[in-house]
Design a protein around this ligand. Structure first.
Ligand code: ADP
Ligand code: MG
Length: 494
């Protein structure tokens, strides 16, 4: 393990008897974006009536033969390329044998010894800087169906819509060291898959779920025995599951006990993990190559062709935003987390007659636009303020036609009423007043009304700020702040 065991990052948990290091490795199941299932033509669409999307293959009728869906192979290879991983030109489907009512075949078709994708890497951002998390492998496998347990009827039913849907199992090395690492890893992986278009990352629908392996050790000691927490389906729950499981293990060991390797479930309502079953070993499943399927063979030329058509990936985009637009890594990361947001940002920056100020654009998107979208629960795709409209607001502000304060009001106005920002500024009389005569009048009024403050300002120049505020207010936010400042200083003789 030493090869894959990066230097500890000093994020120890305090126990009663000293420090503990948490070690985490993840097995993420990602539903492959594809119209049809892995070995049948049945649809993968979500939300159908139970057993609506079930072919004879999915129901394991006698004599039916699986036929590989080549789109799923391509998607797995694209995923491997996105994870900078080795692509195996020959891979093998195996049968993993076990019984469960939602598994009519009596085995799951999966890949065991020869997966389609080998070692790769995912880079995550942590407070200590970028950390490279090793990928052990990615393999293709079938999803199982779903048992529906009737609470009142006492009858259990089986829905096979998911049966045979293609999953990618993405296995990380045990390189994660905290709940924060674990959350950052799954978020990053999800972002990469969404950029690639190989999994929609919808955790609420169960299209991305994680088995979280957790162990604890004294700093510098070998890895401890791990427990696997099955099927955690939100990023927040992944963090919580790691925390409570690590605490549980630390308490047991500090009380003189030992950890049994087992499979556990996370219960978010009670914030605890519970034992499900003792850990089974690979040989329990009697894996063997599926005699109904030939090995999957792809050529290097096919892989190269897929690589050529890969989109720009999040890390590359972040680096480009930092390099070309002078953004901070943090701001670039915020914009790049979703491809749509990054595109929106670039549409604003490049959408004007001249390139717009990238930092200002980033600030407006991250603070004002995201703030409003979050508050209203609106996705960016249906934002009432388009990239063109935001760009126009920024142009009006940069040209000095409107003040920064009015720009915020204009943003609200466009959000609620829509319309062309230039026209709105004309119609509503929002133009910034730079006419020194008009501003001078306001200055005179405020100064005349506040002789005590005038005296203070001579002692303490900071009081000028108060005057600026008053004049701005009486202008309805439309006075040019620089002009106000200049006129006030002249008037007060500062
Ligand atoms: P198995 O073959 O039993 O499934 P693997 O070696 O494939 O075990 O590991 C499964 C997952 O468990 C991987 O994500 C790996 O990183 C993680 N893992 C392995 N050992 C540990 C450990 N000691 N602590 C935490 N996670 C671990
Ligand atoms: Mg495993």
């Amino acid at each position: 393990m030493t090869k894959t065991d990066p230097a500890p990052r000093n994020k120890y948990l305090k126990g009663a008897t000293g420090d503990w290091e948490v070690v985490i490795g993840m097995e993420v199941h990602a539903q492959v974006t594809s119209q049809a299932k892995l070995f049948s033509g049945a649809a993968t669409a979500f939300g159908a009536e139970p057993n609506e999307h079930v072919s004879l293959v999915d129901a394991a009728m006698p004599g039916m033969l699986p036929v590989i869906n080549e789109e799923c192979i391509r998607q797995a290879i694209r995923t491997g390329l996105g994870l900078k991983a080795q692509i195996n030109l020959r891979s093998v489907f195996d049968r993993k044998n076990y019984f469960y009512p939602d598994l009519p075949q009596g085995y799951q078709i999966s890949q065991y010894k020869s997966p389609i994708v080998g070692e790769g890497v995912v880079e995550i951002d942590t407070p200590d800087g970028a950390v490279r998390v090793g990928i052990e492998r990615v393999h293709l496998e079938q999803d199982a169906g779903k048992s529906l347990h009737g609470q009142q009827s006492g009858v259990s039913l089986v829905d096979l819509n998911r049966s045979g849907v293609a999953l990618m199992e993405i296995v990380s090395k045990p390189d994660l060291r905290s709940s924060e690492d674990a959350k950052a890893y799954v978020s990053k992986l999800r972002t990469i898959l969404r950029y690639l278009g190989t999994c929609d990352g919808d955790m609420e629908k169960g299209n991305l779920r994680a088995d979280v392996n957790v162990s604890v050790r004294r700093p510098g000691e070998p890895f401890g025995t791990r427990c696997e927490i099955k099927n955690v389906n939100s990023i927040r729950f992944i963090g919580q599951a790691v925390e409570v499981e690590a605490r549980r293990q630390i308490e047991i060991i500090e009380d003189g006990g030992t950890i049994d390797q087992e499979t556990r479930l996370f219960d978010p309502d009670r914030s605890e993990t519970r034992s499900m079953r003792s850990k089974e070993e690979a040989h329990d499943y009697r894996y063997f190559p599926d005699p109904d399927l030939l090995p999957v063979e792809v050529s290097q030329a096919e892989v190269d062709e897929l690589a050529r058509h890969l989109p720009e990936l999040p890390d590359e985009k972040t680096a480009r935003f930092v390099r070309d637009y002078g953004l901070t890594v943090y701001d670039a990361g915020q914009l790049v987390a979703e491809r749509e947001t990054a595109d929106f940002f670039e549409a604003v920056v490049k959408g004007g007659e001249r390139p717009r100020d990238a930092k200002m654009t980033a600030n407006w998107i991250i603070n004002d636009l995201f703030g409003r979208l979050n508050k209203e629960g609106t996705p960016l795709a249906s934002s009432p303020v388009s990239a063109g409209q935001l760009g126009a607001i920024l142009d009006l502000m940069s040209a000095g036609t409107i003040s920064g304060k009015i720009a915020k009001e204009l943003f609200d106005l466009v959000w609620t009423e829509g319309g062309d920002p230039h026209r709105l500024v004309e119609e509503r009389g929002l133009k910034q007043v730079t006419d020194t005569g008009a501003i001078g009048k306001l200055v005179d009024e405020i100064v005349a009304k506040n002789p005590d403050k005038v005296a203070q300002a001579k002692e303490k120049p900071a009081v000028v700020g108060w005057f600026v505020g008053q004049v701005m207010k009486s202008s309805g936010g439309k006075a040019n702040p620089q002009a106000v400042n200049d006129l006030l200083k002249a008037k007060l003789g500062l």
